[in-house]
Design a binder for this molecule. Sequence first.
Ligand SMILES: Cc1cc2nc3c(=O)[nH]c(=O)nc-3n(C[C@H](O)[C@H](O)[C@H](O)COP(=O)(O)O)c2cc1C
Length: 184
Amino acid sequence: MKIAIGISGASGAIYAKRLIEYLHNKHELYVTASKYAIEIFKSELNEDFFDFIASNSVKYFHNEDMHSLIASGSFKIDACIIVPCSMKTLSAIANGYADSLLSRCADVALKENRKLIIVPRETPFSQIHLANMLTLSKAGALIVPPNPAFYNHPESIDDIVDFIVGRILDLIGINNSLYKKWTG
Ligand SMILES: Cc1cc2nc3c(=O)[nH]c(=O)nc-3n(C[C@H](O)[C@H](O)[C@H](O)COP(=O)(O)O)c2cc1C
């Protein structure tokens, strides 16, 4: 699959990291990240974002590079994942304000009727945030808040992260054993 991954400046860089690590050998990844996403990656994970990108086989594009492949609907991707999604980027996408590559590639996914997964991170949500999520849900996006489940008895942060990443992969049709499926 060809998958665009947009990383914005919300807490939860670890979800983007795990998603890329899991997918990069098996799928074509096209990655962009905002200025704040790059800062938060370093502060939350104590790892340089560009070192991480260099050590994984992905195509990386600067967030201001509107000439890049994923800025155009004529470049056919199978899914676009915005993870984590800040409330600012959520607002931009919900309002068609495509002033960065990140918001543009999500905008393209919507207009081309392709799979768009939004992983919004904030708490609590204001009515503005909720209205933006509803707008995007009505436009066809899947809203996947990174809420952990406890019925599968997570024992570590990795278990919690893998549950969310596994659910994202389920939604774009990638079989995975990242978390224990509910068996009743
Ligand atoms: C350490 C840090 C953590 C942040 N966490 C969040 C967050 O969880 N959710 C959010 O909506 N904004 C968060 N922000 C604020 C956004 O980074 C800010 O609104 C920024 O303009 C988002 O721009 P971007 O979406 O282009 O990355 C955080 C900022 C910093 C510095």
